[in-house]
Design a protein around this ligand. Structure first.
Ligand SMILES: [Zn+2]
Length: 425
């Protein structure tokens, strides 16, 4: 059982721990990293050989290395096959309270060909809960809140936040939509937490007059919230800011401030930046709160873009312009000079945005390099989209492959990736 007192303790810690300068933050991170490394090198067989070493001398790892060495990286002696079987069974039965050796085991919601698992201890869950509450409960923890949580699995990670003043209602995104909407109508949610694809469904219901709800806070999780989708949500919910939690299995990396800017959560993760140009970087994360399954110098495949100007909120945490998407989703074309040309998802997205007001779309580069565009638009708009692509290919000097148009579709429960590359480079 999670300990409510513990959650409150962490809530107070995160809420009132302030950083006034970059120097103070750096000093704090250094202390946390040192403390964490002495725990990890003591308890994780994989990291044991690095005892007494600085963070920089530890290896940079990725999902594959993490999964290949799962048994020796974790500090709680859980075997990967056992954990995987347990997680799959729990998810299949839609039953999420049982734990394996007192540890919560979850399946990562990545794409199916690279399924991962994660382990979380009770104390880490309390910290997570305290952290989320500190970031988003604007009226303080003593006020009453109804929180509607849409997610793909009722991991008991999230249930730990329930208390007498904070009511959590869980909505399974695989369940019947109309049923969920009926429940949402009667729940009177102050806070709605859901992935953008679900928030967009709610927004359309609101705009068409079929749903009347007035949450004070809307938090987007799990998928990247595209700018244009953010605008739709602001308008439908009548809010100035749509909050975001940029979280992956490996940790809670960034959250929005009161201005709506995403800031890296540098009070719980240390992030090394591998720059790919002036402001774009790939994060390498070290989470100094994760103990059961340490996350040390773990390289993600997302591309983040730093904000050019400081955020008016005054936070010393790195401000982000946006999350560009997975590095995997960079499109690769044959250049006119015979070399490969890489194009960031952002440019691909613009070909749709510039062509007209298109709210639902997906663009996929197939493994053979061709492009499939899923959207419900007139032939005139299709021609405009094609023209944008022709312009892009001229700007970037690549040979434009065939574009194929299909009606819009997005598999239920699947992560919404508007721009996706299936091409392996
Ligand atoms: Zn800010």
């Amino acid at each position: 059982m999670s300990n409510k007192l513990n959650i409150l303790k962490y809530y107070l810690l995160f809420r009132y721990r302030k950083f006034y300068s970059a120097r103070q933050l750096k000093f704090f991170q250094k202390r946390m990293i040192n403390r964490h490394l002495s725990f990890v090198t003591e308890n994780s067989p994989f990291y044991h050989r690095f005892m007494g070493k600085m963070l920089e001398s530890l290896p940079i790892i990725d999902k594959k290395i993490m999964m290949d060495n799962f048994d020796i990286i974790n500090t709680v002696r859980i075997n990967k096959d056992e954990a995987m079987e347990f997680a799959v069974n729990s998810e299949r039965k839609r039953s999420f309270s049982p734990k394996l050796h007192n540890i919560t085991v979850g399946l990562s919601s990545g794409t199916s060909h690279s399924r991962g698992i994660f382990l979380v201890e009770d104390s880490e869950k309390d910290k997570w809960a305290g952290f989320v509450l500190a970031k988003f409960l604007e009226r303080g923890i003593t006020a009453k809140y109804n929180v509607a949580f849409f997610m793909r699995a009722n991991s008991n990670l999230y249930e730990s936040v329930g208390s007498s003043d904070i009511r959590f209602e869980f909505f399974d995104i695989y369940a019947d939509l109309e049923n969920n909407i009926d429940r949402l109508r009667s729940f009177n949610a102050d806070i709605i937490v859901a992935q953008p694809s679900m928030l967009l469904i709610l927004a359309r219901k609101i705009e068409s007059g079929r749903l009347s709800i007035h949450p004070e806070t809307v938090i987007s999780i799990a998928e990247v919230l595209e700018k244009e989708d953010e605008q739709i949500l602001k308008r439908a919910f009548g809010l100035d800011v749509i909050h975001q939690v940029y979280q992956c299995t490996e940790g809670c990396l960034a959250t929005t401030c009161r201005c709506g800017t995403l800031h890296l959560n540098e009070d719980i993760v240390y992030i090394e930046k591998e720059y790919i140009d002036k402001r774009r970087f790939i994060p390498i994360i070290t989470d100094f709160e994760r103990t059961a399954q340490p996350v040390i110098r773990y390289k993600l495949n997302d591309v983040l873009v730093e904000r050019e100007y400081e955020c008016p909120c005054g936070s010393v945490f790195t401000a982000l312009e946006r999350i560009e998407g997975r590095e995997d989703d960079v499109f690769v074309f044959n250049g006119t000079d015979g070399k490969a040309v890489k194009v960031f998802p952002d440019f691909i997205r613009r070909c749709i945005l510039f062509a007209g007001d298109i709210s639902d779309y997906r663009i996929v580069q197939r493994s053979d390099g061709g492009i499939d565009i899923f959207c419900d638009v007139s032939s005139l708009i299709k021609e405009k989209i094609s023209e944008e692509f022709r312009q892009l290919s001229a700007d970037k000097s690549f040979l434009l492959p065939e574009l194929r148009f299909y009606p819009y579709s997005c598999e239920k429960g699947r992560k919404l990736r508007r721009v996706e590359s299936q091409r392996k480079t």
